[in-house]
Write a protein that binds this ligand. Structure first.
Ligand code: NI
Length: 139
């Protein structure tokens, strides 16, 4: 197990009470675990802002496969970045809607570029990029 550091934090009472209500609602077993998650989340953001580190991006795309040439366009964009694609998943949600989930491993800038390209493709009803980390820098 990693070495632990303990430190006290002075915090305004009303802010602390709000935070305690939030972490209880989220199901955290302790304040420490909630604070560790906040710190990790900020560090992942930092990794993304720095841009050079290898990161993980998860892109979700919701689209109508009956829209002319859309499936081919999305597939073409992904094939041109095949080396960065770890996995992809396609779900036929109903007779027309498809959900595609693409997991990429690359620098943040590259992941963001492909995500922007896919999400902005005409006909994509909803697209999201979830930014996460390879976890190497996180305890
Ligand atoms: Ni489908």
């Amino acid at each position: 197990m990693a070495d632990l550091t303990r430190y006290g934090v002075s915090i305004d009472c009303s802010l602390s009470e709000r935070f305690d209500r939030l972490i209880k609602a989220k199901g955290y077993s302790s304040r420490s675990e909630a604070i560790r998650d906040l710190i990790r989340d900020r560090l992942v953001e930092e990794e993304w802002e720095a841009g050079g580190e290898e990161t993980i991006g998860v892109i979700t795309l919701l689209y109508d496969h009956q829209q002319r040439e859309l499936s081919q366009k999305l597939t073409h964009s992904q094939h041109s970045h095949h080396a960065k694609t770890v996995s992809s998943l396609h779900i036929h949600l109903d007779s027309s809607n498809c959900l595609e989930v693409i997991v990429l491993r690359a620098s943040a800038a590259r992941v963001r570029r492909l995500a922007d390209r896919l999400i902005s493709t005409r006909g994509v009803k909803h697209g999201k990029l979830i930014m996460t980390s390879t976890g190497r820098q996180l305890a």
